[in-house]
Design a protein around this ligand. Structure first.
Ligand code: ATP
Ligand code: MG
Length: 727
């Protein structure tokens, strides 16, 4: 076999065309599961094998770390050898790499620190307090969102004109103070990573040329979810000669709320020279039944580019609906189905449970634990965001460089050592006015003299301790440093005394787990060596950068675990068995989208998210909802999600082609069991009371026309419609 045919093997004609296309800009626009990511991967390999491009001069931008890892694996498999130093990663990870290489040019201290979302809020909260702005009117999360969206629109505080609204005027002032604080403490938040990189490359021509020369090929997955800044970065890096392959699906744009621009797909065709367009139409992932459901739902959106997706996988099992009494029963139903799946010899790792909001994972986790079902949660409060871990990491950073402001700030009085809020505020303002780090302030005797004796003593003692630990860590491995950061600093002892003991135990376990994680990183993941640091980064920095952006999920790679995740984090993935739980109005579509009545955009984005969810399923899809649900300590009764109706209404118009295929199989649960005849009186959750005027079809494909007193005549697929028989 020739080398180039190896990278084309098993592709259909359109895919081949894309993979082997001449070197030009290209847009692959196609629906879910049609092999876009596969095309991107094969194109990477083909550039190397067929066009002789060096792997290290291709930049591939993926949406998650997992996608990046998978791509690397697939490329290594295609090329038949392992690769190092590849530029495959998320926008944030690769931009961060650029900033690390050129921190001086970017105006950052070399040990600058990435600020996690939780820490960003902590800092903003403190600024708000300093200005006596209350949390109710200025929730830190909202102010952070304001700051981040301005950064994504490439607006620094100085770029913001005077604001009409007093709220914005205040938020702008907070943004300014926040920016000054981050700059003086060497802190960089997520949005800043992209903005800084953009500013760096767009102002330093020489550097830009260097990057353009090196990266002649840019491959971007999930292009529909790029925001303005990401788009501009690509445009900048490509210049006039770089070749970009963008793959995407307008129907899967689900980050509009975070500034993603669905229009970037169109813009790409306009802005880049000679873009060839390739469409893929065959779906290789899902059965006919699943694909039909997905198409039915997404058809309710306006202004789509519109695609014709088909599959030769056969009808497959129909979509299963289940109504549960409450969220706990819903979780138990899901677990029961999963256990039967396992009883049939199938694996847990083939299963995903998807939900709209992180908080919905709690009850699922609880029931999993009760049933001893191994699971991993993606996109929840990840391991590295936990309080005890954040403290341990801050100590590790501090041991490497005490000038790192965020780390110093986090642990100066944790565990408590008598350096109170007042003293801390004095240290901060001293550092700010003298343009030095918090650590440097604490080491200055003139400043220490200004402090009351007790505070002075406490600060001095802390500084001596830090200097002592710093001497100890010299020459230690990452896991040894972690050990020291957890034990010598008193962190572990502090948590050991915490009550209740269950929490204390979990925290201690987590801290120990951190040592293991460091060890594993050293052994298997780190690409550089501890001593040799061509890019000037240390191993600890690489480890921290990695976990700040997109840490591996606990249990993610364990052989047999169930995946629990939000619909957003499921993007790009696929599973033979998928559950979408909480299919209720106000949950999914989310309340916010429903309240936003003036705009249909919010609801349309929710619908695209629903499309993303449905199209994750390969063989079998369950949609479940609960009659009642505990929400923030009260019980809510939500209607079933409108998406369920959309699924059924559409199916009336285009009855499924192979309606008789699976009638003999065991009857599907719940709704299709309703025995209906002409004249039956029924009640429907959305349409109210009505009378059946005709019934057609049989088994799970039974349809009925019902005249509703309030809403007129509706055709319903009985199996999906939440109908109750009244007589
Ligand atoms: P999404 O929009 O969800 O990101 P996608 O378009 O990126 O989907 P892929 O994940 O690349 O789709 O492919 C979906 C599935 O179909 C994968 O399991 C992939 O291996 C398989 N597949 C893609 N192309 C082919 C092909 N030509 N022959 C067989 N299987 C294929
Ligand atoms: Mg994909």
């Amino acid at each position: 076999m020739t080398e180039s045919s190896r990278t084309l093997e098993g592709l259909n004609q359109e895919q081949r065309e894309a993979v082997s296309a001449p070197l030009s800009n290209m847009l692959v626009l196609a629906g879910a599961g049609s092999g876009k990511t596969r095309v991107l991967t094969c194109r990477f390999a083909h550039l190397v094998d067929g066009y002789g491009v060096s792997p290290s001069s291709i930049m591939a931008l993926t949406f998650t770390r997992k996608a990046a890892d998978e791509m690397r694996e697939r490329i290594e498999a295609l090329l038949g050898h392992p690769l190092r130093g590849l530029w495959i990663g998320t926008f944030h990870a690769l931009a961060l790499r650029i900033l690390r290489y050129h921190s001086d040019k970017a105006g950052l201290p070399s040990a600058f620190e990435v600020l996690a979302a939780g820490d960003q809020q902590r800092i903003v909260r403190r600024i708000l307090r300093g200005r006596e702005l209350n949390d109710r009117e200025f929730p830190p999360a909202r102010v952070c969102a304001f700051i981040n969206s301005r950064k994504e629109a490439m607006q620094r505080p100085k770029d913001l004109g005077s604001c009409e609204q007093p709220w914005e005027e205040q938020a702008k002032a907070v943004y300014k103070a926040y920016e000054e604080l981050c700059q003086s403490s060497g802190l960089v938040d997520f949005a800043e990573i992209l903005l800084r990189t953009y500013e760096l490359l767009s102002t330093d021509e020489e550097l830009l040329e260097e990057y353009r020369f090196r990266f002649q090929h840019l491959l971007v997955d999930e292009f529909q979810d790029t925001n303005d800044l990401q788009y501009r970065l690509i445009r900048l890096l490509a210049g006039d000669t770089g070749k970009v392959l963008a793959v995407g699906d307008d129907d899967q744009s689900i980050y509009g709320w975070r500034g993603a621009q669905i229009g970037n797909l169109e813009k790409f065709r306009r802005d880049f020279p000679e873009v060839s367009l390739i469409k893929l139409e065959q779906n290789y992932r899902s059965t006919q039944a699943i694909l039909e459901a997905a198409n039915a739902v997404i058809n309710h959106n306006q202004g789509r580019i519109g695609k014709h997706l088909w599959t030769d996988k056969g009808q497959g099992e129909s979509i299963k609906l289940h109504e549960a009494a409450n969220a706990r029963d819903e979780a138990d139903f899901v677990l029961n189905q999963i256990h039967s799946w396992q009883a049939d010899g199938r694996s847990l790792s083939e299963v995903a449970v998807l939900y709209r909001s992180h908080a919905q994972s709690r009850i699922l986790e609880e029931r999993c634990r009760l049933n001893s079902t191994a699971y991993s949660v993606r996109g929840g409060t990840p391991f590295y965001e936990r309080e005890e871990i954040r403290h341990a990491l801050a100590y590790m950073r501090l041991l490497e460089d005490p000038n790192v402001g965020g780390a110093f700030d986090r642990v100066i009085n944790f565990p408590p050592r008598g350096i109170g809020d007042r003293t801390q505020a004095l240290i901060r303002s001293h550092a700010l006015s003298h343009e030095c780090s918090l650590w440097e302030s604490c080491c200055r005797s003139d400043f220490l003299q200004e402090l009351p004796p007790r505070a002075r003593q406490a600060v001095q003692h802390f500084c001596e301790q830090v200097s002592g630990w710093r001497q100890e860590v010299n020459g230690l491995t990452l896991s040894e440093i972690a050990f020291l950061a957890i034990t010598s600093t008193g962190l572990k002892d502090y948590y050991r005394k915490e009550t209740p003991s269950e929490i204390s135990e979990v925290r201690i376990e987590n801290l120990e787990e951190l040592i293991v994680a460091c060890h594993n990183y050293e052994e298997t993941e780190d690409e550089g060596s501890p001593d040799e640091t061509p890019d000037g980064t240390t191993r600890l920095q690489r480890f921290l950068d990695r976990i700040m952006l997109d840490a591996p999920v606990e249990g993610e790679n364990a052989p047999d675990t169930l995946s629990l995740m939000t619909l957003h984090s499921a993007k790009g993935l696929e599973f033979p068995l998928v559950f979408m739980v909480g299919m209720e109005q106000n949950i999914f579509p989310h309340r916010r989208a429903l309240e936003d009545r003036g705009h249909s955009d919010g609801l349309e984005e929710e619908r695209r998210l629903c499309y993303v969810g449905i199209t994750r399923a390969m063989e079998l899809l369950y949609l479940t909802y609960a009659q009642s649900r505990q929400m923030y300590s009260r019980t809510e009764y939500n209607m079933p999600s409108q998406f369920l109706f959309e699924l059924s209404e559409e199916e009336q118009e285009e009855p499924s082609a192979s309606a008789s295929s699976k009638d003999e199989q065991e009857p599907p649960p719940s709704l299709s069991d309703v025995k209906l005849r002409k004249g039956s009186r029924v009640s429907h959750r959305k349409f109210g009371a009505g009378v059946v005027i005709s019934v057609s079809g049989s088994g799970e494909h039974t349809q009925a026309s019902v005249a509703f007193h309030r809403s007129g005549v509706k055709n319903l697929m009985i199996r999906y419609a939440p109908l109750t028989l009244l007589d």
